[in-house]
Write a protein that binds this ligand. Structure first.
Ligand code: HEM
Ligand code: HEM
Length: 227
């Protein structure tokens, strides 16, 4: 069911198969019915609702899960870099880290363009401070992705590193020891913060799915409908 009030008259589009009068009454008695639609069922009727069919478009989903998979790989590779034998094996591992890290940046760029040009935007799944927290963490994740990739590239630059034997970052003259240390620490700390915030974000999505039993996780999963 979708409901709104125009000039005091409830307008109800009923997709649930229940009598309109029941659905209209539920909206009049409890205006928070809209919020329950986003959870996947209308408590008044226990019926799946139209809004449960809202999902992100396929391209946005693909970019989201590609980013998540790449970040997990790139972070793990950075974390375990010392496990590779010094010399060619470590250089190869670091090159893979840098290529995949730059790929995170490229995917992010496509995602930002897509999001502002044609990607689907969904209504908030929460209200009040939870809504604010979700918004802050989503924009925070975008910001952390940009900064982590930028400081990764800066780290490679101030070290004058080469990516396989394809390309060498030209080491700048201002790259003193303290600049190198600061840039390196910022890259590590930003990467760790990104993974922590993404972990909390994933935990929130799983909470929605298993505890609140609503459709938020399914909005980001392929399949016919979210409900
Ligand atoms: C989302 C993207 C990225 C993540 C999550 C990430 C994560 C990490 C992590 C966890 C480390 C180990 C930190 C430490 O122990 O000091 C690291 C190291 C490093 N990263 Fe990244 N990184 C990303 C992107 C990049 C990019 C794009 C570049 C360069 C083009 C890059 C270059 C480096 C370099 C040079 C190191 C030092 C490796 C070493 O000498 O041991 N990273 N990164
Ligand atoms: C590095 C890992 C991840 C990053 C950087 C990330 C980032 C994001 C961002 C920026 C959004 C907002 C999309 C938008 O409206 O533009 C989002 C949405 C979402 N993410 Fe993630 N995510 C990650 C991993 C995960 C994981 C592991 C899960 C599930 C277990 C997940 C579940 C979701 C869901 C369900 C939404 C949609 C939320 C809604 O409709 O309000 N994400 N993610």
């Amino acid at each position: 069911m979708w409901a709104s009030v125009a000039q005091g008259v409830p307008v109800v589009i009923n997709l649930s198969g229940k009598p309109d009068i029941v659905l209209a009454a539920s909206f009049w008695l409890d205006p928070t019915v809209h919020q329950r639609h986003l959870k996947g069922t209308d408590l008044a009727t226990k019926a799946p609702t139209a809004t449960t069919e809202l999902k992100y478009d396929g391209f946005s989903m693909m970019l989201h899960w590609l980013t998540a998979a790449l970040v997990a790989m790139v972070w793990a590779l950075g974390q375990f870099m010392d496990e590779f034998t010094k010399g060619a094996p470590r250089h190869a591992a670091l090159s893979v880290h840098m290529v995949l890290g730059l790929l995170v940046g490229a995917v992010l760029l496509v995602r930002i363009v897509w999001r502002s040009a044609g990607g689907r935007h969904l209504p908030s799944a929460d209200e009040g401070w939870l809504n604010l927290l979700a918004k802050v963490s989503h924009y925070g994740l975008y910001g952390l992705l940009i900064l982590t990739v930028a400081f990764g590239a800066a780290r490679a630059w101030v070290h004058g590193l080469s990516v396989f034997d394809w390309f060498t970052f030209p080491r700048p003259a201002f790259a003193t020891r303290s600049v190198v240390r600061t840039v390196s620490e910022l890259h590590s700390d930003l990467a760790d913060l990104l993974v922590i915030v993404a972990g909390l974000h994933a935990a929130a999505a799983l909470m929605h799915h298993y505890v609140r039993r609503d459709s938020v996780l399914r909005r980001m999963l392929p399949g016919k409908r979210a409900g």
